[in-house]
Design a protein around this ligand. Sequence first.
Ligand SMILES: NC(=O)c1ccc[n+]([C@@H]2O[C@H](COP(=O)([O-])OP(=O)(O)OC[C@H]3O[C@@H](n4cnc5c(N)ncnc54)[C@H](O)[C@@H]3O)[C@@H](O)[C@H]2O)c1
Length: 259
Amino acid sequence: MLLKDKIAVVTGIGTGMGKAIALRYAREGAHVVGAEIDEASGQQTAAEVSAHDRRGLFVKTDMGRLADIKAMVAKAVDTFGQIDILVNNAGVTRSLGFFDVTEEDWDWIHAVNAKGVFFCMQEVAREMAKRNEGRIVNIASIAGKGFRGTSNISYAGSKGAVIAMTRIGASQLAKHNINVNAICPGATRTSLYDRVMEQLTEREGISEAEAIARMDASIPLKRSNTPDDIANMAAFLASDEAHNITGQSFNVDGGLMWD
Ligand SMILES: NC(=O)c1ccc[n+]([C@@H]2O[C@H](COP(=O)([O-])OP(=O)(O)OC[C@H]3O[C@@H](n4cnc5c(N)ncnc54)[C@H](O)[C@@H]3O)[C@@H](O)[C@H]2O)c1
């Protein structure tokens, strides 16, 4: 087991990658605090974690609100006494052309994807620093490195912020023995991916099958990710095997981007 008896906070555990990461962490021996805005799916994943004989604690949290993040971290520390691992996974987007992005889109996307990621790192790192130990894994995106097939420009900007904050966080938290790394997924078959594909097909007047085939054809390995492809990397980065890796943003994308 890579994460035996560790306490992990994972955000956005209801579906997709967050769910896959929470369940993989439980199989690796971790207890999981799941911060999720959707009550039903959050409770469901927490129950599935508990079925692995680990504790799954769901805390209803809007990652765009600092007050919610503070309350979630306090609840995690109250319940488990410490936090060993944070996975900042919750993220939002929709398919939009350059001229369609509104102020409302920008504020929603950046509140969750950038502001939420920073303040969750800050709140959790305060606890980790007390014990001089911790692992943070941020889920960014190849969009943050300029992938041209991004859902929209504002989303790409929010993920670029995650990559930059991963580097600065790693450098400023290193003295507390906290490693900070990011994963940059490429196309990954989740509900977010399905929604973006649906919106894209509406905007461009092509069929969904055509949009998915176009995306898969552009990937050198010719396959999009499953959520487990991301969970594999998230398990490695949180484990002792990655103890000397920090400040990095790793693409998991079938070869779509090189840097
Ligand atoms: N799917 C892809 O192709 C892809 C590619 C690159 C990066 N990503 C990133 O991966 C991460 C996970 O995405 P996914 O594809 O699994 O998405 P998803 O929509 O399937 O799951 C996201 C989860 O986050 C929750 N969530 C949304 N807003 C929240 C909020 N304000 N507070 C708390 N929870 C909230 C949702 O309810 C959901 O359970 C995101 O950061 C996303 O930007 C996804």
